[in-house]
Design a protein around this ligand. Structure first.
Ligand code: CP
Length: 302
């Protein structure tokens, strides 16, 4: 198993990788000018998106284009996945067509690990079920490095981030649970019992007001992932969602708020927050291009 060829989890990064990726992306976003590295690669990149995506798919595609890679998009709809083709067969067939570098989004939690040992493949995780979304957690962290850390990863030490919403189904939280201790970020988790994540070591409470009153520097709101809920779960969630909606007044004492998107304005967060001066939401999206460019340069370079 060679982890260096793949980026499937926050665990695949060394501490020095983490610092240079986060501080490099924050600096690139600050300067607003991106320099193409020497040795651009014309190796094709396959974008296999078996679940819907806007931000992740487009930012990886733009990142690949920046680096000189042609891109080939394969989505569940309109491809042979609709005829029952497996991800493994798709990867093998596309490799036979000369594509060996892939960004993959799959509904299967942990579903990419089994491909680590297949000779010749290089994989980057674009989100696996309720497992991880490691490039999202990195872009969130780089946004915080810039907004709260004075451009330094060490500036995040002791930052208190309260994550509110559907924790149980969140792959973004899956990556943050690994990333936060490495950055010294203190996570507080808030949800109704119905959305409590299984087996988490971080602080969890169902008391949103108490958690926010207890000192929070940054709020991260999470979407209610109806597509991952049974109809019974969905009905229960409807009953609790209003009490856990983040309101504009919740931002009074914090430095900023994050949301990985897509945002359902008026559902998990008050609609007027869209134009709130403390919103970091579009900064996250822009940072996604810098983070994903750096990931593709490292993992898909010549
Ligand atoms: N945050 C995120 O993964 O957004 P998309 O589903 O649009 O890629």
């Amino acid at each position: 198993m060679d982890s260096a060829k793949h980026f499937l989890s926050i665990d695949d990064l060394s501490d020095s990788d983490l610092v240079s990726i986060l501080e490099g992306a924050a600096a690139a976003a600050r300067s607003g000018s991106w320099q193409a590295p020497m040795g651009r690669s014309d190796a094709p990149v396959g974008l296999l998106f078996l679940e819907p995506s806007t931000r992740t798919r487009v930012s990886f595609e733009r990142a690949a284009q920046r680096l000189g890679h042609p891109t080939i998009l394969v989505e569940a709809k309109g491809s042979s996945f609709e005829k029952g083709e497996t991800l493994e067969d798709a990867l093998m067939n596309l490799r036979a067509l000369g594509i060996s570098r892939f960004v993959v989004r799959t509904a299967e939690t942990g579903g990419l690990d089994k491909y680590r040992s297949i000779e010749g493949l290089r994989l980057v995780n674009g989100g696996d079920g309720t497992g991880e979304h490691p490039s999202q957690a990195l872009l969130d962290a780089a946004t915080l490095v810039e907004a709260c850390g004075r451009g330094r990863v060490t500036g995040l030490r002791g930052l208190r981030m309260t994550v509110i919403g559907d924790l149980r189904h969140s792959r973004v939280l899956g990556s943050w649970l690994k990333l936060a201790p490495r950055l010294g970020v203190e996570l507080r988790l808030v949800s109704p019992a119905e959305w409590k994540p299984a087996g988490t070591p971080a602080t969890w409470t169902d008391d949103k007001a108490a958690a926010l009153a207890n000192g929070t520097d940054v709020i991260m709101c999470l979407r209610i992932q109806k597509e991952r809920m049974s109809s019974a779960e969905g009905a229960t969630s409807k009953g609790v969602q209003k009490s856990y909606r983040v309101e504009g007044s919740d931002f009074d004492r914090v430095q900023g708020f994050l949301h990985p998107g897509p945002v359902n304005w008026g559902v998990e967060i008050e609609a007027s927050a869209r134009s709130h001066p403390k919103s970091l939401v579009l900064k996250q999206v822009a940072m996604g291009l810098e983070i994903r460019t750096e990931l593709l340069r490292r993992y898909f370079g010549a």
